[in-house]
Design a protein around this ligand. Structure first.
Ligand code: C5P
Length: 213
């Protein structure tokens, strides 16, 4: 079975440092699709709100692509601020239209986040839920931070990650959870190449093929 004529929307969810962002990036390059890292939207809203004291819902309503370019948004502080504003229903509502429009691009799209398979793209033909043990996720994040020159210790990285996981999973508005029809991919014992290969094999089993050169 090939589904080459069908619009390919790949919805990827999972906790931080599970490997979902790398998988999303590589799948987008492989299939020639645009990719939206939706966490960046929440990070930008949280970071701007923390810095300016403005209303997060208003910031979300007025967010533009220029707000997403700051490299500081990739840091853990922005991640924590993003996770705080992500629990506010009005913030989520004001970011919904942009994400849904991105997902309805003619040629298809790849989106990664926490609620892509459940809220943003419930009809996506491909849904992945990427997880890994807290220890291996913390180890990855620790190595990533060290590589960026951030001075930290592993127990602190693990504790901050646990705090963010708890906030993301326990909130009432679109909590982090796998869609019932998502494929679970545990990357604890995989490197980036193995995780990408596993995700690609799953998508090909569903009948989707890259358009080729
Ligand atoms: O994935 P990332 O770590 O960049 O996400 C930052 C925060 O944004 C998450 O901790 C989560 O609270 C929030 N988020 C969300 N829904 C998404 C993407 C991210 O609530 N679709």
């Amino acid at each position: 079975m090939t589904r080459s004529a069908e619009r390919l929307v790949i919805a990827i969810d999972g906790p931080s440092a599970s490997g979902k962002g790398t998988i999303a990036n590589r799948l987008a390059a492989h299939f020639g699709l645009p990719h939206l890292d939706t966490g960046l939207l929440y990070r930008a809203v949280g970071w701007i709100a923390a810095r300016t004291g403005r209303n997060p819902a208003k910031i979300a309503a007025e967010l533009n692509s220029g707000d997403l370019a700051d490299p500081i948004l990739r840091g853990d502080e922005a991640g924590q601020e993003g996770s705080k504003v992500a629990a506010i229903p009005e913030v989520r509502a004001n970011l919904l239209k942009f994400q849904k429009e991105f997902a309805s691009k003619e040629g298809g799209a790849v989106l990664d986040g926490r609620d892509i398979g459940t809220v943003i793209c419930p009809d996506a033909p491909v849904k992945l839920f990427v997880t890994a043990s807290p220890e291996s996720r913390a180890e990855r994040r620790y190595q990533e931070l060290r590589a960026r020159g951030v001075d930290t210790i592993k127990p602190r990285v693990l504790a901050e990650m646990a705090e963010r996981d708890r906030r993301d999973s326990e909130r009432a508005a679109a909590p982090l959870k796998a869609a019932p029809d998502a494929w679970l991919l545990d990357t604890s014992d995989m490197d980036a190449d193995a995780a990408f290969a596993a995700a690609l094999a799953f998508i090909e089993r569903k009948g989707f093929r890259s358009p080729g050169p």
